[in-house]
Design a protein around this ligand. Structure first.
Ligand SMILES: Cc1cc2nc3c(=O)[nH]c(=O)nc-3n(C[C@H](O)[C@H](O)[C@H](O)COP(=O)(O)OP(=O)(O)OC[C@H]3O[C@@H](n4cnc5c(N)ncnc54)[C@H](O)[C@@H]3O)c2cc1C
Length: 460
């Protein structure tokens, strides 16, 4: 690597290349349960041209490249399984354009959720983007590269990848390409009506290239928000509750949760429904319509809306939801990983009971829940395992629980989301051979030397 390190320094500058043991240690692991693996170098490019030059060099030398944003994916997708270069995108943090009228922003590939949020609050207070509940340092590109979702789950298609209006990407052979309207005319307003090549970079876990710029939809930011909390003793009614409430099209976000924290909610399924409005009248109308849609349940069964005092509402409102980090650290000791499964809403009760069985069998702490995507078109069901890194037995049991959850998800008819490498193998074993062949053909066409995030999405 010595000659390569020198060349890398010539491209991005000495400050932005490191092969020191300390940096390698930090970039060799994440908060989850996947085995650490050292990179050979960490590189922070500052522009698309620098990304291109790094990739050309890596391609020439057959050195693996792992793109990284916030490194918060938790499932090891930024761990360099085969060594090589971790390409940390955080220096590419410029917001290039905000189009107020057509409601989109164009940002560089390392812009974090927190930076865009703060920028919009300061300069475009009437607009917002959909944020995941991940810590704010998570990047917009890293999130769409895995089909993330967030607090505007009821908008558009629900997934953040559906909110992408255009991409600039550097291919594994070093060419930069633009996809969407920006490939043809100046604006980054839409992927339609062109062939949808952006899909080559969405959901591929950074195995097809580096996203260097991204167009993302912005949405009107209503003046007020409120939270409705529906509590029930039975998970069985949740799918129908979700069906009825999404049918009103009055909510902005909807999350079902069964969580060990806060203590007073332990074990109770709750539905958190976020509603936004521009006036008290609009809010009252929306809340009224939602309440009416589930009247049948709260009149006849032991369930209903919980009165939430104002000081408690703040725990459920705002993005990212700060209390989620508390669940992540419920065991103390800094370990956290979750199986997020994309599955139909009607599978929610089955997923809950499978999750409880797995948690009991392996004696692990598990919080569960589901973010409802779109108008109930599917959900991201999470089984979140917090563990203590200093406790090997706790880690081993959590790893078994995680593996079993992946398999249970597929058996239930869902697909593990942002699956770690072994989970990807579980998915590929169930996938139609024709689909796998197509994925492989695309990969080898784009990446003839197999340098991009190797070890991921590889059918064995
Ligand atoms: C407490 C907590 C709550 C969370 N809640 C949510 C949630 O509500 N919704 C949600 O979607 N996620 C959530 N997550 C998961 C995850 O943190 C987010 O999805 C996050 O947005 C990932 O972004 P990142 O920048 O950290 O990606 P990284 O971890 O850096 O990368 C993710 C993947 O994208 C690839 N990648 C990164 N940058 C690029 C690029 N520029 N070009 C090509 N490929 C790239 C990487 O190689 C990797 O495969 C949560 C995590 C935590 C810890």
């Amino acid at each position: 690597m010595e000659g390569i390190l020198k060349e890398l320094e010539d491209i991005v500058g000495r400050r932005y290349v490191s092969a020191s043991p300390e940096e390698k240690y930090i970039y060799s692991r994440d908060q989850g349960l996947q085995e650490p693996h050292d990179p050979d170098a960490v590189v922070l490019p500052g522009s698309t041209e620098e990304v291109q030059a790094v990739i050309r060099l890596a391609n020439r030398e057959r050195v693996p490249v792992v793109p990284m944003g916030g490194g918060l994916v938790l499932s090891g997708l930024t761990i360099p399984q085969k060594g090589g270069i971790v390409l940390d995108m955080k220096r590419m943090n410029r917001i290039i354009e905000v189009n107020e009228t057509s409601r989109y922003a164009v940002v560089e590939g390392g812009v974090s959720q927190g930076v865009l949020k703060a920028y919009l609050e300061r300069r475009h207070p009437g607009l917002k983007h959909s944020l995941p509940d991940a810590p704010p340092v998570a990047t917009i590109a890293g999130n769409v590269a895995i089909h993330g979702s967030g607090h505007l789950s009821q908008s558009e298609g629900g997934f953040h990848s559906e909110m992408v209006t255009g991409l600039e990407a550097v291919l594994p052979t070093g060419e930069a390409v633009r996809l969407g309207s920006c490939s043809t005319v100046p604006g980054w307003f839409s992927r339609a009506p062109l062939p949808d090549l952006a899909g080559l970079f969405l959901g591929w876990n950074g195995t097809t290239g580096i996203i260097t710029k991204i167009g993302i939809k912005l949405f009107p930011k209503p003046k007020m928000e409120d939270i409705l909390v529906y509590m029930t003793g039975s998970v069985d009614i949740l799918p129908d509750l979700i069906y009825r409430i999404t049918g009103t099209e009055m909510a902005e976000d909807m999350v079902a949760a069964i969580s060990p924290k806060p203590d007073w909610l332990r074990g109770f399924p709750i539905l958190l429904i976020t509603v936004t409005a521009n006036s008290e009248e609009e809010m009252a109308m929306k809340v009224g319509i939602i309440r009416e849609s589930v009247r049948h349940y709260y009149q006849t069964m032991e369930s209903g809306f919980m009165p939430v005092p104002p000081y408690m509402k703040s725990q459920f409102l705002g993005a990212p939801l700060k209390d989620l980090s508390k669940f992540a650290d419920v065991m103390k000791g800094g370990g956290f990983e979750y199986v997020g499964s994309i599955m139909p809403v009607e599978k929610l009760p089955g997923a809950c009971s499978a999750g409880l069985d797995i948690a009991e069998k392996h004696r692990v702490t598990c919080s569960m829940g589901a973010r409802v995507i779109g108008r109930g078109h599917c959900m991201m069901f999470f089984n979140a395992y917090a563990f203590n890194r200093a406790d090997e037995d706790n880690m081993a049991r959590s790893a078994l629980a995680l593996e079993e959850t992946n398999r249970a998800t597929l058996e239930l008819g869902g697909i593990p989301w942002k699956a770690e490498a072994p989970g990807q193998q579980d998915i590929l074993r169930k996938m139609e051979p024709g689909t796998i062949q197509l994925m492989n053909r695309i990969r080898s066409l784009l990446d003839p030397n197999g340098i991009m995030n190797p070890g991921n999405w590889e059918a064995r």
